[in-house]
Write a protein that binds this ligand. Structure first.
Ligand code: HEC
Length: 397
């Protein structure tokens, strides 16, 4: 493995650990809040309490207001999980998308933007999105939550569409995820933690804390909870070219975001009315499955013509793979930026062409996500050769 691969691996590993710690503790606190019981009568500062058993120990937790001047000796904060998730995430984004000469970042079939500009655009939107979002939710509009939520959704939809029209599908998805992730971390560090700090200071100095600060922190934390599941999907989306390579990928991503937010609503929302989320979820799910179905992918990419003529000779198929795929998919690749045999796929042995026919169909015919960034300049006629060969059962004689 090259040093780049090692860097990628360690950053990814660290990102995953930090992310699990962050989201894990967030979900745990949401769970705690949802399960608190009324305290026994003699505890006047306690808002709720509960008992738990875990790994052999019993735990009693109380949620309480603190009297001015009664600061505990040690107060545990949860802040580095979010910051470390963000830092490792931005570094990983750079290693994978900004330092690989654009192969993952741009796609000539989508737009002709240069990799340098695409990187500037990506980083610029990540920063700008925070200022727009924060301004919106600090302004008078935030006093009309329905309107502010509507505007936020419209902005997110516009951003998703825009990214999908400029960057490669997978880079567009990751950048939408990076924007949401950045909003979440900035909410924690620039809004929630400072509000908590002011409350702690007030208590320490013997003043009554301003509980409006607690409400502000709560709103941002609710926003974070709605962004969590969409972000987690986006981080997995790289493994599913069928989602990011769909010609309507912006719509697929939009539906997945709605779906993730609805899951949060069902899981964490309170009262019977939360089941209305199902009314949005079910159609979103159906629409997404239809949009990404192999038949609609082929129709949209013009690969759905009726089979005409006999199967192409295997020699012809081999020639296509040799010139368009083997430059990367080989034990001794000519394109060395990706290391040998990317994703463990090598076509040095022609038997592997048949063995992997189904994946070849998905990547090179249906989704056109291979050759990567079309580095090797495959033509539509050559894709058609692969398609017809696979449609005839991938014969090798
Ligand atoms: C410029 C280098 C490059 C070229 C050329 C290339 N690939 Fe890939 N391929 C990659 C990389 C990198 C990965 C791993 C990342 C990914 O899956 O997107 C990969 C992964 C794959 C996978 C495994 C993942 C999966 O979805 O099953 C298949 C199959 C594949 N490529 C097929 C092809 C075919 C077929 C061609 C030729 C038509 C081709 N590739 C040309 C770089 C390349």
């Amino acid at each position: 493995m090259s040093w780049n691969d090692w860097l990628n691996l360690f950053l990814r590993w660290a990102h995953l650990i930090a992310g699990i710690s962050w989201i894990g503790s967030s979900l745990y606190f949401i769970w705690l809040d949802g399960h608190l019981e009324a305290p026994s009568a003699d505890k006047k500062d306690v808002e709720g309490e509960l008992w738990m058993v875990h790994s052999g120990g019993f735990y009693q937790v109380e949620r309480r207001r603190i009297e001015p001047g009664s600061m505990p000796r040690t107060l545990h904060w949860f802040r580095w999980e979010a910051m470390l998730t963000w830092m490792t995430g931005i570094l990983l984004l750079s290693v994978v998308y900004y330092m690989t000469r654009g192969v993952y970042l741009v796609d000539p079939a989508v737009s002709s933007i240069t990799p340098g500009r695409a990187a500037l655009l990506g980083l610029g939107v990540i920063v700008a999105a925070w200022f727009v979002y924060d301004l919106l939710w600090s302004s008078a509009i935030s006093r009309l939550p329905a309107l502010a939520t509507g505007i936020s959704f419209a902005l997110a939809a516009g951003m998703t569409y825009g990214f999908c029209r400029v960057l490669s599908g997978r880079a567009a998805f990751i950048h939408v995820g990076a924007v949401f992730g950045t909003l979440m971390v900035a909410n924690v560090w620039l809004r929630i933690l400072p509000a908590q700090q002011k409350m702690v200071d007030a208590t320490r100095e013997g003043r009554t804390p301003d509980f409006a600060l607690s409400d502000l922190a709560k709103t941002r934390s609710v926003h974070n909870s709605y962004m969590t599941f969409p972000v987690l999907f986006i981080m997995l989306s790289n493994h599913f070219p069928g989602t990011y390579a769909s010609p309507l990928n912006w719509l697929v991503l939009g539906l997945l975001i709605v779906l993730g937010a609805c899951v949060r609503h069902l899981m964490i929302g309170k009262g019977g009315r939360r089941y209305w989320a199902l009314a949005a979820m079910v159609p979103a799910l159906v629409a997404m499955v239809l949009l990404t179905a192999p038949a609609s992918m082929r129709a949209a990419t013009g690969m759905n013509r009726a089979d005409s003529g006999p199967a192409p000779a295997f020699a012809q198929v081999r020639a296509v793979v040799l010139s368009r795929c083997v430059p990367c998919h080989s034990a001794h690749p000519r394109e060395t930026a990706f290391g040998a045999a990317p994703a463990g796929v090598s076509f040095d042995d022609p038997a592997n062409i048949k063995r992997l026919a189904e994946r070849i169909e998905v990547r090179a015919v249906e989704t056109k996500t291979m050759p990567l960034g079309n580095k090797t300049g495959i033509t539509e006629e050559e894709r058609e050769v692969l398609r017809r060969w696979i449609a005839h059962g991938a014969p090798t004689d």
